[in-house]
Design a protein around this ligand. Structure first.
Ligand code: ADP
Ligand code: MG
Length: 694
C-alpha cells in the first residue's frame, strides 16, 4: 500500500484552490496528468527577476521594473482595435500603461484614478515617453514584497498563464510531506543535496539562473531520485526473473561442432565472445536475461542459432520471436536450412496461419515435435503452449514492451531470455532501456561488407536521380525507393507512395513494385518475393521494409524526405543495401532548405556507416528527449532527469540500485522502507508487487 503521507500528492489538482473546472482541462493537457504530483513535476524553464525597483526616471529601456505609481488619467480608445492608455507617474516621471482589448470595467477597477498601484512589467520608450504594455502584475502598495521577487517561468498552454500557474503551485507546495531520507546520507552530504521536500521547494522557487540549470543541487537530487527509483525497479524485476527456477543448459558439444562446420564462414571474434557470454549464462542455473546488441549485418542470426542449439541439444525447445511477419519468415528462411542440416525440426507460426494449418503447427509446438519455433507475437496467444520452452529469443525488441517480454517468458518454466536489437543504443541509454539486462555487443562486422556510397541530393534534382537509376537498372541493379511516414497518417503516406509508384512506372513500366503496410501479408510476400527473384527492378516502399529484408542483389537505396527520418531509421534502411558483392549506393533526397540541424544530421549519414557513432551523434544533435520521446522507444519520459545532463547520475544510480538489490532485496531495512515511498512517488511501485509475489 502507498504510504498515507503521499496521499495529498495523488489527489486531483481540482482540489487545489485556483484550479477551477475551467482550468482543470487545460492543466491536464499541459501536465499530462491530473494529480497534484503532476503539477509539482512541472519544472520552471526560466525565471524573471522582478526585484528591480528604480525610480521611473532611472528605469532603463527593456528592463523589468516593479514599482509603485499613482494613476493619473484613463485614455480609453475611441475605436475598437486601438489600445487603451493609462497615464501613471511616480515623483520623478510619467509612465503610460498600454492595454489592447482590455475591458473598461476591469481597467477602472484595477487602476482607479488617484490610486496607488504596484505594477511590474517591462518598460520601453515609445514616442519619447516611457510605456509598459500589459503589466504582468498589478496590486496594492502592500503587495510589493510578494511581487518584487524572482518569478519562475513555466512552459504554458492556452488558458494557463503565469498567474493561473503560481497559485496552484504554491498550494501544491504546501502539501509536500516530510519524507524519511531514502538516499545514502553520505552521498547527500558530499553532494550538498537538499532533502527531497526542500528540493521540490527550490525547484519551484529558483533564485538565479544557476538554480534552473540541470547541474543545480536541487535538480540533481530530484533527478537522482527518479533515476534511482527506475533502476531499483529494474533490479527488482531482474531479481524476480532470476529467482524463478532457472535451468542449466550445458550445451551439446557435438551439435555445436557440427553447426560451426556447416557454416560457410568463420565466426568473428565478436560473435565468439557473445556466444561465450550466452553459453555461460545458459549453463548457469539462474535465468539468462541478455541483450545482444549489434548493428544491421553484424551477424546476430548465427549467434541466436548457437544459443538455440544449447536449449535444443538438452531436449528443450527454443523460440524466436520477430516483430513482423516478413521478418519472421525471413528468419525462418535463414534458420530453417541451418536447422535441417543438423537434423532439427523448425515450425513457423504467425498471425497468418489459420484453421488446420495453425492446428498442425500448435500441435507440433505442444507435443515437442517442433524444436525450434519461429514466429510473431502470435506465439503469445493463450492457446499456444509449448512442451518445454527453454529459451526465448526476441528480435528487434524495441518494438515490444517489457510486458510482452514477460508474457512470452511465462510460457516456459522460467526460460532463458535473449533479446536482439539492431538499434545502436549508446551506453547510457542502454542502462535506461535495458537496465535489467546483461549486454553483449557485436562491435565488429563480418569481413567483406562493401561501404555504401551515400549522397545527399535536393529533391528538385529528382529527375537526375531517376535517370541515374535507369542506367543502373539497365546494367542489372535492383533498387529500393522509400517514401517516408508523413505525420503518422497512414493514408497520406500511402498516397505519397502510390503516387511515386505511378510516377516511376512511366520509367520502369511493370518492373516497379509497391509494398506498404496496408497490403495483406500474402500480397506483401508476393511483392517481396518478386523483388528478391529479380522480377522487379525497383521496389517502392513505405517504411515497412525497415526491419530487415534481405535481398543481397539490391544495391541502390533511395530515401525520399530523408530529413524526416530519425538517423537510426535511416541507418537501418541503408543497411538493406551493401549486402552483396557489388558496390552499393544510397541517395538521401531532401527538401531544401534544410535547417542547420537537418544539414548536420544528413551529413553524419553521408560521412559514416558506424551505427554506434550515428546513434551518439543523433543523441548529441537531437537530445535524448527527442530520441527517446519517439513512440518506438516505448519509454515513459523522465519527469526530473535529463538523460544527457544527468548521464553520470544514471551510472551512479545503476550501481547503487544493484547494491540495494543485493543487500536489501525485500526493502525491509529502515532505508528500504524509505525507498518504498520513493518507488511510489515515481510510480515504480509494480516493483514492490514484484517483491511480494517473488
Ligand atoms: P543481423 O541479423 O545482425 O543484421 P545477419 O545475422 O543477418 O545480421 O548477418 C548478415 C549476413 O552476414 C548474413 O548473410 C550472414 O550469413 C553473414 N555472416 C554472419 N556472420 C558472418 C561471419 N562471421 N563471416 C561472414 N559472414 C557472416
Ligand atoms: Mg537480423
Amino acid at each position: 500500500m502507498r504510504p498515507l503521507v503521499l496521499d495529498p500528492l495523488f489527489r486531483s489538482i481540482r482540489t487545489l484552490t485556483g484550479v477551477g473546472p475551467k482550468h482543470a482541462k487545460a492543466f491536464e493537457k499541459l501536465l499530462g496528468g491530473e494529480r497534484v504530483l503532476d503539477l509539482l513535476w512541472h519544472k520552471p524553464i526560466d525565471l524573471i527577476d522582478r526585484r528591480h525597483s528604480p525610480k521611473l526616471k532611472e528605469a532603463k529601456a527593456g528592463q523589468i521594473v516593479t514599482t509603485t505609481v499613482t494613476i493619473l488619467q484613463h485614455q480609453l480608445p475611441k475605436r475598437r482595435g486601438l489600445p487603451a492608455r493609462i497615464v501613471a507617474s511616480d515623483d520623478t516621471a510619467t509612465l503610460d500603461l498600454v492595454f489592447f482589448n482590455a475591458h473598461r470595467d476591469w481597467l477602472e477597477k484595477t487602476y482607479p484614478i488617484n490610486a496607488q498601484v504596484v505594477i511590474s512589467g517591462r518598460v520601453e520608450p515609445y514616442n519619447n515617453r516611457l510605456q509598459m504594455v500589459h503589466p504582468d502584475h498589478a496590486g496594492k502598495p502592500e503587495d510589493i514584497a510578494s511581487i518584487a521577487k524572482i518569478e519562475p517561468v513555466y512552459p504554458m498552454t492556452a488558458g494557463i498563464g503565469p498567474k493561473q500557474m503560481a497559485k496552484p503551485i504554491a498550494e501544491a507546495l504546501k502539501l509536500l510531506p516530510d519524507m524519511p531520507e531514502w538516499l545514502d546520507e553520505p552521498l547527500v552530504k558530499t553532494r550538498n543535496w537538499p532533502s527531497w521536500k526542500k528540493g521540490m521547494q527550490v525547484l519551484h522557487a529558483p533564485e538565479s539562473a544557476e538554480d534552473i540549470d540541470p547541474a543545480a543541487p536541487a535538480r540533481q537530487r530530484l533527478a537522482y531520485d527518479e533515476l534511482l527509483a527506475r533502476q531499483i525497479a529494474m533490479q527488482m524485476m531482474r531479481l524476480r526473473q532470476k529467482k524463478l527456477r532457472g535451468r542449466s543448459f550445458a550445451g551439446d558439444a557435438a551439435l555445436r561442432t557440427r553447426f560451426l562446420k556447416s557454416l560457410p564462414f568463420e565466426m568473428t571474434n565478436a560473435q565468439k565472445m557473445a556466444i561465450a557470454d550466452i553459453d555461460a549464462d545458459m549453463a548457469d542455473p539462474t535465468r539468462m536475461l541478455r541483450l545482444l546488441q549489434g548493428d544491421v549485418g553484424s551477424g546476430k542470426t548465427v549467434v541466436a542459432m548457437a544459443a538455440m542449439l544449447n536449449a535444443v541439444g538438452a531436449g528443450a525447445q527454443a523460440a524466436l520471436m520477430a516483430p513482423t511477419e516478413i521478418l519472421a519468415r525471413q528468419h525462418a528462411e535463414t534458420l530453417g536450412p541451418m536447422a535441417s542440416a543438423l537434423g532439427l525440426s523448425v515450425a513457423v507460426l504467425t498471425g497468418r496461419d489459420k484453421g488446420k494449418t495453425r492446428d498442425a503447427i500448435t500441435t507440433a509446438i505442444q507435443n515437442g515435435t517442433a524444436q525450434i519455433i519461429i514466429g510473431t507475437h502470435a506465439l503469445f496467444q493463450e492457446d499456444v503452449s509449448f512442451k518445454d520452452l527453454g529459451l526465448v529469443i526476441i528480435d528487434e525488441q524495441h518494438r515490444f514492451g517489457v510486458h510482452q517480454r514477460l508474457m512470452l517468458s511465462d510460457k516456459g518454466l522460467a526460460p532463458d531470455v535473449l533479446v536482439m536489437t539492431a538499434t545502436p543504443i549508446p551506453r547510457t541509454l542502454t542502462l535506461t532501456l535495458y537496465g535489467d539486462m546483461d549486454v553483449s555487443r557485436l562491435l565488429e562486422k563480418p569481413p567483406g561488407r562493401k561501404p555504401v556510397d551515400t549522397r545527399l541530393v535536393a529533391v528538385d534534382r529528382i529527375g537526375e536521380v531517376v535517370a541515374g537509376l535507369k542506367r543502373k537498372v539497365a546494367s542489372g541493379a535492383r533498387a529500393y525507393w522509400v517514401c517516408p511516414l508523413v505525420e503518422e497518417n497512414e493514408d497520406l503516406d500511402l498516397a505519397a507512395a502510390t503516387e511515386r509508384h505511378a510516377d516511376l512506372q512511366q520509367h520502369f513500366g511493370a518492373r516497379v513494385g509497391l509494398i506498404h503496410g496496408r497490403l495483406k501479408p500474402t500480397e506483401k510476400d508476393k511483392v517481396m518475393a518478386a523483388f528478391a527473384a529479380g522480377e522487379l527492378d525497383v521496389l517502392v516502399a513505405t517504411t515497412v521494409i525497415e526491419v530487415g529484408v534481405n535481398v543481397p542483389e539490391a544495391t541502390v537505396m533511395v530515401i525520399e524526405h530523408a530529413e524526416r527520418f530519425g538517423l537510426a531509421q535511416l541507418h537501418q534502411l541503408r543497411g538493406r543495401v551493401g549486402r552483396g558483392l557489388d558496390a552499393s549506393a544510397c541517395i538521401l533526397l531532401y527538401t531544401a532548405p534544410l535547417s542547420e540541424m537537418g544539414k548536420q544530421r544528413l551529413s553524419v549519414m553521408r560521412d559514416t556507416e558506424d551505427g554506434f557513432l550515428i546513434a551518439e551523434k543523433d543523441l548529441e544533435l537531437r537530445g535524448a528527449g527527442e530520441v527517446l520521446g519517439t513512440k518506438q522507444s516505448g519509454l515513459p519520459a523522465f519527469r526530473m532527469a535529463n538523460v544527457e545532463a544527468h548521464s553520470d547520475l544514471m551510472l551512479m544510480a545503476h550501481t547503487e540500485a544493484k547494491l540495494i538489490a543485493e543487500r536489501d532485496p525485500m526493502l525491509n531495512t529502515r532505508r528500504g522502507e524509505a525507498i518504498r515511498a520513493l518507488l511510489y512517488l515515481f510510480e515504480q511501485d509494480q516493483a514492490i508487487q514484484t517483491i511480494r509475489s517473488g
